[in-house]
Design a binder for this molecule. Structure first.
Ligand code: SAM
Length: 292
């Protein structure tokens, strides 16, 4: 089997298997070897690594990952791609193919089974319709991982790395930056894919922190506060949080906590840093506890 990665070899596979692209699965296959090189290089894979690939497609990146890594686990939802992958990956004994929806898998169990619970590296050209749920599942469920190197929609990459005061800043920026250090590796124009998507893309690497940069009493509560603060973008943070209906947390409690932090009562969520959100969540956590 010849290596993939060019427009011509991808077109040949599509034709050989009479494969039809499914829009509902976000199928835009990468057909640019220089971008593939950049992804592989930035993921810094060694023979010691177990790599999880989400959505291998026809196996273009999987082949490259299999050459660099000790083991690759590739999870593909589309069963029409399984016979294709069995063909394109037949030369690689270190690849395990799983036909499943990534969002329904117990990823901690996968890491336990395939890497003895040691941290893995995630590398993927993600299906864009579920980018955020995939990232949040990896981080919030504490899947043991070193890094996540992913192709995402350009705007989503921007959202992951911006700070306060910009229009792209929100719950995703804060969640990513709590768990990992984000770095955009490269921008990727739409014509590097087949079929060509309507948006440009970017490769971003998220390197997991061993310890988050801020200390919080309760991680789930921090994210509850962040989500509520951004839920109603045109409202003040105090209103957004009060409307979320958390017991013991009304507008008065939030405004008092903000005042104790030296912040104006009318402040909006998009101006607070991660440090300020963690301080606010800790202060409100104490109030919640005091109020029972
Ligand atoms: N890795 C290939 C490449 O770079 O050419 C394909 C990338 S394509 C953008 C996204 C892939 O994810 C498709 O193969 C699609 O079928 C698969 N996919 C979509 N939703 C999925 C899900 N929920 N679980 C696992 N795979 C999924």
């Amino acid at each position: 089997m010849a290596t993939l990665g060019s427009r011509r070899s991808t077109a040949e596979i599509i034709e050989k298997y009479h494969f039809s692209f499914q829009k509902k699965f976000g199928q835009n296959f990468l057909v640019d070897n220089s971008i593939l090189d950049k992804i592989i290089e930035s993921a810094q894979i060694t023979k010691e690594d177990c790599v999880l690939e989400i959505g291998p497609g026809i196996g273009t990146m999987t082949q490259r990952l299999a050459e660099e890594a000790g083991a690759v686990v590739a999870v593909e939802i589309d069963r029409n791609l399984i016979p294709v992958l069995e063909d394109t990956l037949s030369a690689y004994e270190n690849v395990t193919l799983i036909n499943a929806d990534i969002l329904k898998l117990d990823l901690n169990r996968i890491v336990e089974e395939h890497n003895g619970g040691r941290p893995i590296k995630v590398v993927a050209n993600l299906p864009y319709y579920i980018t955020t749920p995939i990232i949040m599942a990896l981080f919030e469920k504490h899947v043991p991982l070193h890094s996540v190197t992913i192709m995402v929609q350009k705007e989503v990459a921007d959202r992951m790395q911006v700070g306060p005061g910009t229009k792209d800043y929100g719950a995703l920026s804060l969640a990513v930056q709590y768990y990992a250090k984000p770095e955009v590796v490269t921008r990727v124009p739409a014509d590097c894919f087949m079929p060509k998507p309507n948006v440009d893309s970017a490769v971003i690497r998220l390197t997991r922190y061993e310890k988050p940069p801020v200390e919080v009493e309760d991680e789930a509560w921090l994210f509850a506060v962040i989500r509520a603060s951004f839920n109603q973008r045109r409202k003040t943070l105090a209103n957004g949080l009060a409307n979320a209906g958390y017991p013991g947390i009304g507008r008065k409690q939030v405004e008092e906590a903000l005042c104790d932090m030296g912040l104006p009562a009318m402040i909006r969520g998009e101006t607070l840093t991660l440090e300020q959100f963690s301080e606010l969540s800790n202060r409100l956590f104490t109030r919640r506890k005091t109020l029972g």
